[in-house]
Design a protein around this ligand. Sequence first.
Ligand SMILES: [Zn+2]
Ligand SMILES: [Zn+2]
Length: 350
Amino acid sequence: MVALLTPLEAPVEPSEALRRIAFLLERTRAGTYRVEAFRNAVKALKEIGGDELNGHVEAGTLQQIHGIGKSTSSVVEEAAQGELPAYLASLQDKTGGPLATGGADLYAALRGDCHLHSDWSDGGSPIDEMVLTGIELGHEWMVLTDHSPQLRVANGLTAERLTKQIAIVDAINRGVGQAFRLFKGIEVDILDDGGLDQTDEMLGKLDFVTASVHSKLRMNSAPMTKRMVNAVLNPRVNVLGHCTGRLVEGSRGKRPQSDFDARAVFEACLEGNTAVEINSRPERKDPPDELIELALEIGCLFSIDSDAHAPGQLDMKAYGCERAERLGVPWDRIITTWDAERLHAWANPS
Ligand SMILES: [Zn+2]
Ligand SMILES: [Zn+2]
């Protein structure tokens, strides 16, 4: 995977300039509202033709286009006139460098991502934009893991919506060709008893399952351990997502780790052939170092995931790589360094 996208230079298409600005804002966790303006402007440009756009540029009436505002109109105008938009130039200078200071070699060795969201659940962008950005960053595969029905606040997918999404993933795979594969997946809620929040029939139609606890995070240790052990022993489950549920910083505030017997859970991961996720989101840093060390000692596999909710956030895997490298996780035990064929065969043993 490439550590950095090559900075854009003039001349640049207006929509490409807007997309890159959104990407640079997302990877450095700018507020949704600010990013949305740029993503919406890309959509607006898609809907009008080149002649109409040029007409607005010449007449100075870009802001009359629905979805183009003050800051986005100057980007479009500068790009249409053959210049590198000033805002893009300054973002490339200020934030275009690597996100993390270590782990660059491991980042370059990554091939995929087992945890990311689209606007079908609580992500900000359509599936095809996640895929396009993923390909630009050098992903060979990604697993689309929108939320399951119980997570209503995140617009979790019912069996009916997941069925529709599966058809769309098939269509995207037909369109992108051999060099990239989008796997059908889910981030399924782990229910209170360790069951999964989707029918077995639906889970059987997916290539890959990431399972996470999103509710009753303060359960007592004994039932929480049982809950997680049950889930990771389920043959359908491939990755245990953000296992402690902690939040260490950010707009959602802090949240302590859930109480559970980590040794028992990781031993069950080993037995159940479930990888332990290293969730790269800076506000999660989950699991903490000492639990990664424990899982390492037990012999678990790991998955360095972005948990991206926007295309630019796919790049956050740099943070996970920095941690994994510092803690000495061997590359071959990180399933996101595997190629698509090996990943699929591992997740779907015959
Ligand atoms: Zn989650
Ligand atoms: Zn997630």
